[in-house]
Structure formats: structure tokens, C-alpha cells
Design a protein around this ligand. Structure first.
Ligand code: PHB
Length: 375
């Protein structure tokens, strides 16, 4: 009887079934997607983040932190956290502990903005760095209009590229020191790594540009450095080959995605987290014939899909075997008890986009209600 009920549940609610991700026993497949919330101060995560993350923690649930800068050149937005100084590491510790106290598994997303930045965020007022010196040609910006103006970037030399790889490696070490269970490398959405990957931006003529293999070199060297530092069993990467955010597009996203996952297999990393082709723009779902299936089939580790999912298509993608886990951003932001709501098929709180990126430590951050008063 009990067994039948369990079987029925697995058929009806694939998102609520357990999954073994490497050494981690996940109790369900609903992942908190990495989301920039602009609630840090002076590039230091703040104590109020403990409650925000722990509200979204379930025993055996998997959470990915907001993007955290790997060095003092990494930032492109104010009020984002970093993980390159001792003080920043110390600030993360109680936040990670709050998640662990509720039995969650917490990875730190390691980030570099590259040219999606402005002189004012850079040490000494220097230009931001990139694979190119071409400035970003868009007024798209986080939270819409009114954001920073993008400054023309400095094209990294080979020697400077080695320094950035080193920064990622040290940041990964710091994340483990802070207590995180692992790291996710942010290789998506038009930031530094994606700038190297995409042929619309990468105009280098050295070993980091030109062929697909060459464009994949920078992220793979970061993977190599980080896996040497902390081991492959706690390293993931997020990619968005199909997206064109931040003026970062590729002429052949299928080939780019496949090349990356095939190369990633050589490092035995834990997971690959990919944004659906339908999320070409950041805000709307588009009709598209493209699919993540070829990447999913080629990748040997855990495959996480993200991009505008709801309960119904999240369950479908798992039951069809097209992903192992699904990351939810906006729905999880507005519904701290999302796994429970999915389980009960209850109503959902609506998200309020106008408060996504305010710096308010409560409103639009920790005040979304739970189903009952059991927060
Ligand atoms: C994003 O992935 O869209 C992103 C990452 C880091 C930020 C803002 C947005 O600071």
C-alpha cells in the first residue's frame, strides 16, 4: 500500500522524487536558481541573507547562491556580494550555516562581470576587463533602464588571463572555507566567461579566440584550476549558449553547447546547469525549436535545466528524462515554500518585479508569505 502510494507519487510528481547528485542525497529536484538580489553592502553579504536563504531551504534541498564576485575587478552591479576577501568569507559563514541547519545543500556561484561593468566599480577607476576591447552595444540592464553605463573594456593579455583563472581558483577555495558544499561557475548571461565563449564578442586571434575549441579554453582552464583546488565532485557550471543577453550571442549555439559539455566530461564535474533556448531574452519565453536534449544526452554528470519553468513543465522535463533537476528563480523567490506548494498543488504567490533589485532587506526579499504561518 505504502509502496503503491510512493510509486504513484513518483509518476505524478517527478519533481518531488529524490535524486542522488554525486555524494549529495537530494530529497527532491527543485533547485533554488542563483539570483542576484542586490541586498549586500560594500560587496559583503549581509546577515539578513541568512533568513532569506533559510526560508527557501528544505532538508535535502539544493540551493545555489546569488552571483558572488571572484575579485575586485569582477563586479558590475552595486550591492552584490563577493568572495575574494577574508571579510567576505566571514560574512558568508553564518548564511551557509543557516542553510545547513535546515539540512540544505548550498553551492556558491562564482562570478565575473567582464565588460558588463563600469569604471566606477573597478579598482583605480580602470576599465572593466574582457576578451575584447569592443564595448557592449546595448542598453539592456539589470532591472531595466537607469542602470550603469557600460565602459569600454580592456582586452586581457595572456598573462592577465592567467591571473583571472587564479582568482577563480582562490574564490573556490574561499567558498569551501566559508562552508559551502561546492561552487557553480557562472558561464552564462553575457558575463566574462560567456564573452570568451560567444563569437559575436570574442574577436581574439590568440589561443583564446577563433575556433570553438579556442573559445572554450578560458572556461575549461578555470574548471581545471578549480577542480584541482577543491575536487570535481563539488563543481558545477551554468551556461546559456542560446541567450543573447548583454549583447553576447553566438552564431551556432548548438555547436557551442555540445563542444562545452563534451569537454566538461573530461573533468568529471558534478553538474551542468543550462538555460533553456526559449529564454533568449531575459524576460519572456519564446517559441523555439531548439532543445537542450543534445547537450543533456552528451553530458555525463547531473543535468539541471532552467528558464521559465512551472510545476507542470518542470514535472514533464524530469519525467521525459530531459533533465535531472530543474532550477526555479522567480517562482522560488516569491514562494519560499515552493517544494511544498508543488507537492500540494496549491496556489502560488505572484512575484513583484519592481522589488527584485531594490536594496530593501525585507520587502520583496523576506516577506513573501508561506502557505500557512509556519515560516
Ligand atoms: C545574471 O546572471 O543575470 C546576473 C549575474 C550577476 C549579477 C546580475 C545578474 O550581478
Amino acid at each position: 500500500m505504502e509502496e503503491n502510494r510512493e510509486e504513484l507519487r513518483n509518476v505524478l510528481l517527478p519533481l518531488l522524487t529524490p535524486y542522488k547528485m554525486g555524494n549529495f542525497d537530494l530529497s527532491h529536484r527543485i533547485v533554488l536558481a542563483p539570483m542576484t538580489r542586490l541586498r549586500s553592502y560594500n560587496f559583503i553579504a549581509q546577515p539578513h541573507a541568512s533568513l532569506y536563504y533559510s526560508q527557501r531551504t528544505t532538508k535535502g534541498g539544493f540551493l545555489i547562491s546569488e552571483a558572488s564576485g571572484v575579485s575586485d575587478t569582477a563586479q558590475g552591479y552595486p550591492h552584490t556580494p563577493g568572495i575574494w576577501t577574508k571579510e567576505q568569507v566571514e560574512a558568508w559563514k553564518p548564511i551557509v550555516k543557516a542553510v545547513h541547519n535546515k539540512g540544505g545543500i548550498f553551492f556558491c556561484q562564482l562570478f565575473h562581470a567582464g565588460r558588463v561593468s563600469n569604471y566606477s566599480f573597478q579598482p583605480g577607476g580602470n576599465p572593466p576587463i574582457s576578451c575584447t576591447d569592443k564595448p557592449i552595444q546595448t542598453d539592456q540592464h539589470i532591472g531595466g533602464s537607469g542602470g550603469a553605463i557600460f565602459s569600454p573594456p580592456h582586452r586581457l593579455t595572456i598573462q592577465e588571463i592567467s591571473q583571472v583563472i587564479h582568482d577563480f581558483r582562490v574564490a573556490a577555495k574561499h567558498a569551501i572555507e566559508a562552508g559551502f558544499d561546492g561552487v557553480e561557475i557562472h558561464g552564462a548571461n553575457g558575463y566574462l566567461i560567456d564573452q570568451f565563449l560567444k563569437d559575436k564578442v570574442n574577436d581574439r586571434t590568440d589561443k583564446y579566440g577563433g575556433t570553438l575549441q579556442n573559445r572554450c579554453r578560458f572556461p575549461l582552464e578555470i574548471i581545471e584550476a578549480i577542480t584541482k583546488e577543491i575536487g570535481p565532485h563539488r563543481v558545477g557550471i551554468r551556461l546559456s549558449p542560446y541567450a543573447n543577453y548583454n549583447d553576447c550571442e553566438d552564431s551556432n549555439p548548438e555547436a557551442l553547447g555540445l563542444c562545452m559539455v563534451e569537454e566538461l566530461n573530461k573533468y568529471n564535474i558534478l553538474y551542468c546547469h543550462v538555460i533553456e533556448p526559449r529564454m533568449i531574452t531575459q524576460f519572456e519565453k519564446l517559441e523555439t525549436k531548439s532543445s537542450l536534449l543534445p547537450m543533456r544526452k552528451a553530458f555525463r554528470g547531473t543535468f539541471i535545466a532552467a528558464g521559465g519553468y512551472d510545476r507542470s513543465d518542470g514535472n514533464e522535463v524530469i519525467s521525459r528524462g530531459e533533465a535531472d533537476l530543474v532550477a526555479f528563480g522567480r517562482l522560488f523567490l516569491a514562494n519560499p515554500d515552493l517544494p511544498r506548494r508543488f507537492e500540494l498543488n496549491s496556489g502560488l504567490n505572484e512575484y513583484d518585479r519592481s522589488t527584485f533589485y531594490t536594496h530593501d532587506p525585507v520587502v520583496g526579499y523576506k516577506d513573501y508569505p508561506f502557505l500557512e504561518d509556519d515560516s
